[in-house]
Design a protein around this ligand. Sequence first.
Ligand code: KG4
Ligand code: ZN
Length: 363
Amino acid sequence: MRPLTFLGIESSCDDTAAAIVRLEGGVAQVLSSVVAGQTALHAPFGGVVPEIAARAHAEKLDHCVEEALAEAGIGLRALDGVAVTAGPGLIGGVMSGVMCAKGIAAGAGLPLVGVNHLAGHALTPQLTDGLSFPYLLLLVSGGHCQFLIVRGPEDFSRIGGTIDDAPGEAFDKTAKLLGLPQPGGPSVEREALAGDPNAVHFPRPLLDRPGCDMSFSGLKTALLRARDAAVAERGGLTRQARADLCAGFQAAVCDVLAEKSRRALREYMALTPAQPAIAVAGGVAANRAIRARLEDVAGAAGARFVAPPLRLCTDNAAMIAFAGIQRFALGHVDGMALGARPRWPLDDTAPAMLGSGKKGAKA
Ligand code: KG4
Ligand code: ZN
């Protein structure tokens, strides 16, 4: 296959991103990856405001693309195609990205490839670690939580997932309830270091049921009750009480993810025993306590554990460019009719899950 160089564009939630990726001789190289976050814009509202996100994407996209090209040291003429997240996500943001990509593709006479954001995350372990198909993937982010068997660039089977909130969402709500800054994950992880995970008992939802489905919404209710009890007891929330709540909450998330990953891996290895591997992707995979537990689970099962570097675990456009190259290599090109899809499951055959994340269908 000839070398392929793609521009990737991502704008499905609250990060505006552009990147250049080259695939040459089976080896992928990230030539540049620019991410402009919007945390400050949404901070006063305590969550992502879709309209504000869409407008900010529209304003930032051109600059991110220019920066990505400059950083890679190439012009539009060196590109072989443009890949863009066409869903799932907050529809205004996805539309901003798709319009930008269409403009560039039409103007420069380049093929346009629409990419599923979840496929971007799911293929990342290949981009970063050269992990070959098949592998088991745990995607854990602010809007998604699912186990996927990844067999090819367009071949995914979901074998379990959350039936309500995603873990990242639960971390963000926990932070909000405890007055910690957003995004909640890193704040709660930091506080948890000083806390006693056994001081407050949190439930381990769905562990008593077979299978790989998960539930995290009960944890936030448990946290709210425990917080109110702590406040009532002391007339306010002490630093230690807050740290204990964070540690207890994080331990519960760790236990649930570890046990369900153990089951998912067992199910996967029964189907595909040769060279088993489990990879993680999504923002929550940045959590050191969670990573360590998953690494233990993989080790105990004799499977390889792959955790991409943080900047490629969270939302970025390099994963979109890479997924676009893969799709293009399979002969897939979208025309100017490419639409933006707010919902777009990776595995159409798996039954629909109940919840999809209060912040919209992020990944
Ligand atoms: O993948 P991502 O950047 O965006 C999408 O959700 O698509 O993930 C963001 C989520 C947020 O909910 C954030 O709180 C969570 O990942 N997160 C973490 C950590 N770092 C980010 N959760 C737990 N521990 C962390 N260290
Ligand atoms: Zn994502």
